[in-house]
Design a protein around this ligand. Structure first.
Ligand code: NAD
Length: 493
């Protein structure tokens, strides 16, 4: 019996391109070593009324095999159904998304014409950030999305990035972030990047603010070999990078976890061309090659990649690709690759063919409980106040006067009111436009005496007093961690 892999063809163009990839795998002898087990997930499962978009049998197969090869899946827009793609990565702990973007022969791009080669890896954190999807409507006018970044979550992705860079011989890794604005969340992502880099003295590091990175990628993509990013920023930059090498049809991706890994095309279900037999299977095929390499089947991966490159070099391409000559359909493109198995492209792109050909994979052992990940275990934290979020349409000054009266006789004083993150009291500008959602900050009147002594109950009592008079939408204790504030300041504070 070969290595078992859960196979989900996907929605839209998914079945067409998956069929093409499996044909190529079979022709290259790959399927002698691998057993693809079909699993049911995606639009059909959503339509059958399962809001998870995945059947119990599919979950069981994935947990048992530890491997998924999947086509794109549609997400119902609006309503309760969450993206099955995101659910899979998060549920099974596939914490790092690795994508490879390379110039390909026969694929006409701005950079190929200018003779500028692109060959970069993007490592995107896959679980946290706004992709927690933790969203609430707070007031009539305001909706919130919580952005969570954890130290162990950062460590997992940075460790993976440096390990991968080392194994690929990459000597410089960039961390892209927005730590100048999100000083605490992106600040942590950057801090943990620098900490992990200490273990790799042979790899140079640099950090870059995400907006500058986007400009640089368009101006001089050849300067980047590996970029590691938080989830949302990584998602956006990945598509930008796909554009540099000819589009989404050429972008493979692997979602790697400690136990379960998912290999999938980056693009979506392309409903506009589904069923027409014209979709480009390259992205899904290259993702399959990442799977083969992950399993150690380096020889078959190189043979198939050389055949793909030879087909592209010969000018054979699907309709989404800007290239010479008439486009062909999905099946003909797959056939052209199969015809070239065992050949290499003439240009310098030819991949060396290693000898390793047998898969090596140990299926995961199902854990009894969820693993608790911890990084900073000895931190000392003390309560020093709270932020209370209030839904109201009164003015900042009126709000401040009423809250000061409420705080009389408590251990806390009102120190700041902000609206959409900008301070509007005690100082601020009347030009700052406000909405019906304020953050009001209470801090200890006498921190020198009280710090470390109050615990959380006094802030809960204060919250109760405020809640008697105002509509409270959220509450956040303020804490010091090893003497450093665990909260940000408002803009203008
Ligand atoms: P899309 O990637 O499906 O399509 C964007 C454009 O690229 C379309 O014009 C499409 O025809 C073209 N395109 C995409 N893949 C192609 C291919 N292999 N060959 C030729 N042309 C291709 O993005 P979208 O329209 O925003 O999303 C459609 C659906 O896909 C949505 O339900 C979305 O949620 C889902 N989606 C899934 C994934 C995934 O499964 N990982 C990723 C992105 C979007």
């Amino acid at each position: 019996m070969g290595v078992q892999i859960a196979l989900a063809p996907g929605d839209g163009i998914g079945p067409e391109i998956m069929d093409a990839c499996i044909r190529i795998f079979a022709a290259a002898g790959v399927t002698e070593h691998l057993d693809f087990i079909p699993v049911d997930m995606g639009e059909r499962v959503f339509a059958a009324g399962d809001a998870r978009g995945i059947t119990d049998e599919a979950v069981e197969t994935i947990e048992r095999t530890g491997l998924v090869y999947k086509g794109p899946m549609g997400t119902p827009i609006g309503g309760g159904g969450k993206s099955i793609n995101v659910t899979l990565r998060k549920t099974f702990g596939a914490f790092a998304n690795l994508r490879h973007f390379q110039s390909l022969p026969g694929v006409d791009t701005v950079f190929s014409r200018a003779g500028v080669p692109v060959d970069m890896y993007i490592v995107r954190e896959n679980i946290e950030d706004t992709y927690g999807g933790i969203e609430h409507r707070l007031t009539n006018d305001v909706i919130e999305c919580k952005r969570l970044i954890s130290a162990p979550g950062c460590d997992q992705v940075h460790h993976f990035a440096f390990q991968t860079a080392a194994s690929l011989g990459i000597t410089k890794v960039h961390c892209a972030h927005k730590a100048n604005i999100m000083k605490m969340t992106d600040g942590l992502f950057l801090e943990r990047f620098r900490a992990e880099a200490q273990h790799y003295p042979g790899i140079e590091i640099a950090d870059i603010i995400i907006d500058a990175l986007c400009m640089n990628l368009v101006l001089k993509p050849q300067e980047y070999r590996m970029i590691v990013l938080p989830n949302l920023q990584g998602d956006i930059v990945s598509d930008l990078a796909a554009g540099l090498v000819g589009g989404l049809g050429f972008a493979p991706s692997a979602n790697i976890g400690d136990h379960i890994s998912i290999f999938e095309a980056v693009h979506g279900t392309a409903p506009d061309i589904a069923g027409k037999g014209v979709a480009n299977p390259t992205s899904l095929l290259l993702s399959g090659l990442m799977l083969l390499r992950y399993l150690g089947m380096l020889k078959q991966a190189a043979i198939i990649e050389n055949a793909l490159l030879a087909a592209l070099e010969a000018g054979i391409h699907t309709g989404d690709v800007k290239g010479k000559g008439e486009p062909v359909g999905t099946d003909a493109f797959a056939g052209a690759i199969i015809d070239r198995l065992g050949t290499t492209p003439k240009g310098k792109e030819a991949r060396p063919v290693p000898t390793a050909a047998t898969p090596n994979h140990t299926p995961p052992v199902r854990p009894h409980v969820n693993k608790l990940m911890r990084t900073f275990e000895t931190v000392h934290s003390t309560h020093c106040g709270c932020d209370i979020y209030i839904g109201t349409t009164i003015t900042p000054l009126e709000l401040a006067q009423r809250l000061e009266r409420i705080a009389q006789g408590t251990a806390f004083k009102l120190t700041m009111i902000s609206n959409r993150g900008t301070q509007v009291w005690p100082s601020g500008s009347p030009y700052t436009e406000v909405v019906d959602y304020y953050r009001v900050r209470f801090e200890l009147r006498d921190p020198a005496v009280m710090l470390g002594q109050i615990g959380q109950m006094p802030t809960i009592h204060l919250l109760t007093k405020v809640a008697e008079k105002f509509e409270v939408t959220d509450f956040q204790p303020l804490k010091m961690f090893d003497g450093r504030p665990g909260f940000s300041r408002a803009q203008g504070q």
